[in-house]
Ligand binder design. Structure first.
Ligand SMILES: Nc1nc2c(c(=O)[nH]1)N[C@H]1C(S)=C(S)[C@@H](COP(=O)(O)O)O[C@H]1N2
Ligand SMILES: [Mo]
Length: 380
């Protein structure tokens, strides 16, 4: 974390001279410097990808996607209920949870609508640029260990994660006020990349990111990583909740028939952090192209870059060993760029050979946006 920035914002807060910082999560903590506001109420903020500065995004820069206002939860009275198709229903305090084996895991969370601003014609929903994505180190206990403590019945098919936030959704209309929820198939719920996290980058989970406890579903789009977790229901029937049927669903062609299925695993994607859109690069000098790439439950195999809008490609250098569930940073040295307009494209391919499509597939509705998008720059 950048000390000078921290100090600057700290002192600014003390004298409360900066109007933009009324946003602080907790009294005495800095707000969200530099994030792009996509919606004020509830607060939805985007990470400015040009600020990418390392594999972990600091908590105060991590994007925020919330459907409702942040619920005020007191960890002293908060409990996690675990019920449904289990032998022993549970009500766990934070203390109880922290007696289970602790696990720390880096994981990338991308909102399923990230990149929506690139869809043409424009579609409803938050108009995210590239920055509704982040990578952090999460600490907590596995969902599997909590389920094991309750004893899951053989009849279990889905595990429903419910948040303490709730409200009415206008479009499409919800059946009155409903809590935010999402389910995982029992097989995924038992995998050890599914965490119930109480820490983010070593700090107590911030209010906007789900304090006191959130799910982190490694490899899946963000809607499954339920924040402000209050209840877990093990269900013996497939769950058809609002946020996986009317919302966060897409069409899959089965035997020629489009079938609505829930959005789940993240698809491979590379983003270009720098240079940014419309940046002017100096001619006669090499320019460094830099970004991040991830592939959900798979590891990135390679990132290719093009500086001519996708006609020719060269391999970028991965800056760490690629692993499932977390992004890897990449760079490419563009030597002696010729004067004129250029279109930079980055393309991720995963360990299974899955790559990014050149064009948008409308069956994906307004989600899973990973088609290739060029970034226009000028070399002068
Ligand atoms: N309880 C609750 N959990 C939630 C949401 C929400 O609105 N309420 N939004 C989801 C969505 S759509 C995303 S992309 C991620 C975003 O997590 P973040 O705000 O920590 O970045 O949280 C998910 N978990
Ligand atoms: Mo999301």
């Amino acid at each position: 974390m950048d000390l000078t920035r921290r100090q600057f914002f700290g002192s600014a807060l003390a004298t409360s001279v900066l109007p933009g910082f009324a946003f602080a999560d907790e009294p005495g903590k800095p707000g969200f410097p530099g994030l792009t506001v996509r919606m004020h109420q509830p607060r939805n903020l985007e990470f400015p990808v040009s600020e990418l500065d390392g594999p972990l995004i600091p908590n105060e820069q991590f994007f925020i996607r919330s459907h409702f206002a942040v619920p005020a939860l007191d960890v002293k009275t908060w409990k996690l209920k675990v019920e449904g198709a289990i032998d022993k229903p549970l009500e766990l305090t934070m203390n109880d949870l922290q007696k289970l084996p602790q696990k720390t895991m880096p994981a990338t969370i991308e909102c399923a609508g990230n990149g929506r601003v690139h869809l043409a014609p424009q579609v409803p929903g938050l108009q995210w640029g590239q920055g509704a994505v982040g990578n952090a180190e999460w600490t907590g206990v596995t969902l599997a260990s909590v389920l094991a403590a309750g004893g899951v019945k053989n009849s279990a098919v889905d595990v429903i994660l419910e948040g303490a936030d709730s409200g009415v959704i206008a479009n499409p209309p919800s059946p009155g006020a409903i809590p935010f929820s999402h389910s995982l198939p029992i097989e995924k719920a038992k995998r050890d990349e599914v965490l119930l996290a109480y820490k983010m980058n070593g700090e107590t989970l911030p209010a906007s990111h789900g304090f006191p406890l959130r799910a982190v579903v490694g490899g899946w789009y963000g809607m499954a990583s339920v924040k402000w977790l209050s209840r877990i229901v093990v269900s013996d029937k497939p769950y058809q909740g609002f946020w996986q049927t009317l919302d966060y669903s897409y069409f899959e062609r089965r035997d020629g028939q489009p079938t609505l299925v829930p959005v789940q695993a993240m698809l491979p994607k590379a983003i270009l952090a720098r240079p940014g859109l419309s940046e002017v690069l100096p001619s006669g000098k090499s320019s460094r192209l830099f970004g991040a790439a991830w592939a959900g439950e798979n590891a990135i195999d390679k990132v290719d870059v093009s500086v001519d809008g996708g006609k020719t490609w060269a391999k970028a250098k991965l800056l760490a060993e690629p692993k499932p569930f977390q992004w890897v940073l990449w760079e490419y040295l563009w030597e002696n760029p010729p004067k004129g307009e250029a279109a930079i494209v980055a393309k991720a391919t995963d360990s299974k050979g899955l790559t990014q499509p050149a064009t948008r597939d409308s069956d994906r509705r307004t989600y899973m946006i990973n088609h290739l998008v060029p970034t226009a720059v000028t070399v002068k």
